[in-house]
Design a protein around this ligand. Structure first.
Ligand SMILES: Cc1cc2nc3c(=O)[nH]c(=O)nc-3n(C[C@H](O)[C@H](O)[C@H](O)COP(=O)(O)OP(=O)(O)OC[C@H]3O[C@@H](n4cnc5c(N)ncnc54)[C@H](O)[C@@H]3O)c2cc1C
Length: 396
């Protein structure tokens, strides 16, 4: 596979790097603004969208550029390499992709242009307290009643609900027991719906998590929330199928954020290692104990980037989703683990300063560490590779 970027892809990456360079000095104040004021700084999000970044995955007819997942990957990687890793960009992009792929057409027309223009941001809610890694155990139900869907249940660990206009909720369209009684397949019986967080019956409670990338996490409660039927994504009962390929994009974009963050951490480490002198007149970067781990990160970054671009390229080539999953999973695994290593080495290279909030490295470690757990855990990815790539028996 040829990984040379097209001229268009290079241009969009350069534009994203320039955008990142313009905002990098404000990275911490952007995060604090969101955490304290419960809103994403408008000027920042607007500029991101005006550059056409949010529309990279969306075709021109809906206000985007239709450049594809490789372009979106390059954008998030570039922005993140300026310490601006942002889960909301990834979540909004993957939700938009879901609307684009599954429709229906009026929903595409209603949402996609506004997403491109920065008027609508989206959260994603699948995790439940008693289901976790096994989404098939979820109990939240969005059942059709006439021209409405009635939503009942709860979601947990949902990022950024306080700053978005809609939440894409994954719910059951019928209870698991009914599905089983009717002999229907496990993937049947899910609905995807766009829910207004201000709808009556929708309440939320902040979770005491460490703020990742400046966003809060929420437990959501749905008590007979009425959602108009035209907010249903795709076909009734077929939500799981509509989600399947979109999760490949989510994993690839999560990998892109980790790659960018590793790049930023490595740059910080190298700069510090060049100027910090503690013995004689040689900087600490001359010591192999400091230098070699950084060299290793450089090499691993290049490798993880290739796997990530491969997943994105396969997606853009409309490869069979089954063909993409291994690479999307491997991309997220390798890039996510690299992010943790890069954060740890950056802290070690900085000595005590690694723990000073002023340097931002300890906060970066929290961001990087999250990727081992979410959006899918390292163990579940290894389970997939073991079972579906190596052909070994399933352990659970
Ligand atoms: C900061 C943060 C933000 C998040 N944002 C969102 C969001 O926006 N939307 C959303 O829907 N969710 C979100 N999540 C939830 C996240 O996706 C889940 O936490 C994650 O998928 C793991 O699920 P769990 O916490 O229920 O862990 P569990 O499923 O309870 O797993 C616990 C541990 O057991 C391991 N384990 C479980 N099953 C197996 C198995 N079969 N084999 C081997 N090991 C196994 C897991 O890997 C994990 O290490 C977020 C989580 C965090 C912490």
């Amino acid at each position: 596979m040829d990984f040379r970027l097209t001229e268009e892809q290079q241009m969009i990456r350069d534009a994203a790097l320039k955008f990142g360079a313009r905002w990098t000095d404000k990275a911490e104040s952007l995060r604090q603004h969101t955490l304290t004021k419960g809103e994403v700084p408008k000027e920042y999000w607007q500029e991101f969208c005006e550059n056409g970044f949010m529309g990279a995955l969306i075709p021109e007819q809906y206000g985007g550029s239709g450049l594809g997942l490789t372009a979106m990957t390059l954008i998030l990687e570039a922005v993140s390499s300026h310490n601006l890793a942002n889960a909301l960009m990834m979540l909004t992009a993957m939700d938009a992709l879901c609307i684009l792929k599954a429709g229906p057409e009026p929903l595409r027309q209603r949402y996609l242009p506004k997403i491109c223009a920065g008027e609508i941001k989206l959260a994603f809610a699948i995790t439940e307290p008693d289901a976790g890694s096994n989404a098939f155990r979820m109990r939240t139900v969005a059942r059709r009643e006439g021209d409405k869907l009635i939503l009942n249940g709860s979601k947990t660990f949902i990022t950024a609900v306080d700053v978005v206009e809609r939440v894409l909720v994954v719910a059951r369209s019928m209870r698991y027991e009914e599905l089983k009684a009717q002999g229907l397949p496990k993937v049947y019986g899910f609905n995807l719906l766009l829910v207004d967080p201000k709808a009556p019956g929708f309440t939320m409670q902040e979770m005491p998590t460490e703020g990742i990338e400046g966003f809060r996490q929420w437990t959501l409660f749905f008590d007979n929330v009425e959602v108009p039927l035209d907010e249903l994504i795709g076909q009734e009962h077929q939500g799981a199928m509509a989600m399947f390929n979109v999760l490949n994009a989510e994993r690839t974009l999560a990998a892109a954020l980790s790659l960018g963050e590793s790049e930023w951490l490595l740059k910080r480490s190298v700069e510090y290692a060049k100027q910090r002198v503690v013995f004689g007149d040689k900087p600490i970067g001359a010591y192999q104990a400091i230098q070699h781990p950084l060299a290793e990160i450089r090499a691993e970054l290049e490798a993880a980037r290739l796997v990530t671009y491969k997943a994105a390229t396969l997606f853009d080539q409309n490869a069979n989703p089954q063909q993409i999953v291994p690479f999307a999973n491997m991309a997220k695994l390798l890039s996510g683990e690299l992010g943790i290593k890069a954060a740890d080495r950056a802290i070690q290279t900085h000595g005590g300063n690694g723990f000073s909030r002023e340097f931002g490295l300890i906060q970066a470690w929290v961001n990087a560490r999250l990727v081992r757990t979410a959006p899918i855990s390292k163990e579940m990815i290894l389970n997939f590779i073991g079972e579906h790539v190596l052909g070994l028996p399933r352990s659970y």
